[in-house]
Design a protein around this ligand. Structure first.
Ligand SMILES: Cc1cc2nc3c(=O)[nH]c(=O)nc-3n(C[C@H](O)[C@H](O)[C@H](O)COP(=O)(O)OP(=O)(O)OC[C@H]3O[C@@H](n4cnc5c(N)ncnc54)[C@H](O)[C@@H]3O)c2cc1C
Ligand code: FES
Length: 376
């Protein structure tokens, strides 16, 4: 894991001034707004980045090379950053797993896969251009390599799940790691494989990398896989020692479910770390609805939540503007205290019941009538 860089003196000084001004009633955002008029990359509270390059990787994936301001403290390979964009006057935030460009702290690249009907990914593809400024938040997340890289590393990626793996790979190569690394990379076809050429070239110049690209094509009318899938045979062939290796897996839900099952059979001694890019949709009875009461400050709202929607979507469908941020379970802006009832946490599948537990509306569905109190 790379060391966290020291902040430039100018950023520390600006933060001190902002803190002094806050005692005089001037908010940090007001200081940022003033700095932002001079140059958006000077802000120290709400961070920004300028799009320096836009590169088409595959027909449905593009990379934005971003120059962030000096207050952006860099990232540990594998972490995500949340970007903020305004679409039709509404601010949207989404997480992307960047890699640092040439090891620079404030120069990072995110690669975005178009999602059919997706708001932010299509906006990135269709509207963002070189020179645009976007909001960016400090890097976060624990899908990272440990302090000491294990001697054998197994990376399993599917589709756009390659992005955090690529960040780790570039870091390991740049730091002359002695680890032996196997990368299993599932994509629908070679045309859809993001970083295909860069990975081929990396494998050619770096003998420690065992790169295994696999086509996992699916029958588009039935959705059933017709190509390679993750299974013991594939793992045995690619990395005979996989059961004792430390593994990281990032990709679509079925790939991650299979990895979870393979590592849970009791015959593996290594650890498996998973990163989900999307949250599973709730799968309840479409005819069942539970009554929700949600208190925020002095206001209390009531709505019926179908078991097939998250509590956030259910509230919005009932016509309420509910406080939220990322809609992906990572920013905690929709966190509520559960005062009564039970919900399902869609990120873990766990049932959360009982008074006083905290839940996130964007990744929870109701299992009974619930009483909630917003914590934001
Ligand atoms: C930690 C993390 C890292 C990530 N890293 C990357 C990355 O490096 N690259 C990358 O491409 N992605 C990454 N993602 C995913 C990314 O954050 C977004 O989720 C993705 O870009 C889709 O966002 P969107 O706004 O385009 O889609 P959204 O508008 O959020 O929609 C997502 C999907 O749901 C469908 N949908 C939306 N609303 C409804 C509805 N009401 N009913 C039914 N379906 C609906 C849409 O059709 C779409 O297919 C990451 C996610 C996480 C959590
Ligand atoms: S909106 Fe970010 S955690 Fe729910």
């Amino acid at each position: 894991m790379p060391a966290t860089p020291t902040l430039p003196a100018s950023v520390s000084a600006t933060r001190k001034v902002a803190s002094l001004l806050s005692h005089l009633g001037v908010s940090a955002h007001a200081v940022d707004d003033t700095l932002g008029i001079i140059n958006p990359l000077l802000t120290v509270s709400r961070l920004h980045a300028r799009i320096e390059q836009k590169v088409q990787e595959t027909p449905s994936a593009c990379t934005l090379v971003l120059q962030a301001g000096a207050a952006f403290e860099g990232l540990v390979p594998g972490q995500f950053v949340v970007i903020g964009v305004t679409i039709n006057g509404v601010r949207h935030r989404r997480a992307y797993s960047p890699r640092s460009v040439d090891g620079a702290t404030q120069r990072i690249a995110i690669t975005v896969q178009r999602q059919p009907g997706g708001r932010v990914s299509n906006h990135v593809h269709d509207h963002l251009k070189v020179g645009d400024i976007i909001e960016i938040e400090p890097a976060a997340g624990d899908f990272v390599l440990p302090e000491r890289t294990p001697p054998e590393v197994l990376l399993i990626a599917g589709g756009s799940g390659i992005t955090p793996c690529m960040s780790m790979l570039q870091h390991l190569e740049r730091s002359n790691s002695s680890a032996r690394i196997t990368l299993l990379y599932f994509a629908r076809s070679s045309q859809d494989r993001i970083f295909a050429q860069a990975l081929q070239e990396m494998a050619l110049r770096w003998p420690q990398l065992n790169y295994v690209p696999l086509d996992s094509s699916v029958n588009t009318s039935t959705g059933t896989p017709t190509g390679a899938t993750l299974c013991e045979e594939v793992l045995d062939r690619a990395m005979p020692t996989w059961r004792s290796a430390t593994a990281w897996c990032c990709g679509p839900a079925p790939l991650m479910d299979t990895a979870r099952r393979l590592w849970a059979d009791g015959r593996t001694s290594g650890t498996l770390k998973l990163e989900a890019f999307g949250v599973a949709r709730p799968s309840g009875d479409p005819n069942v609805r539970h009554q929700v009461s949600l208190q925020r400050h002095a206001e209390e709202i009531h709505f019926a939540a179908p078991t097939t929607e998250t509590l956030l979507v259910a509230g919005e469908q009932a016509g309420y503007a509910i406080k939220h941020g990322c809609r992906q379970g990572i920013c905690h802006e929709c966190t509520c205290r559960l005062n009564q009832g039970a919900v399902k946490d869609l990120t873990t599948g766990d049932v959360i019941a009982g008074q006083g537990q905290t839940i996130r509306l964007c990744v929870s569905s109701a299992l009974s009538d619930v009483q909630l109190e917003s914590l934001n």
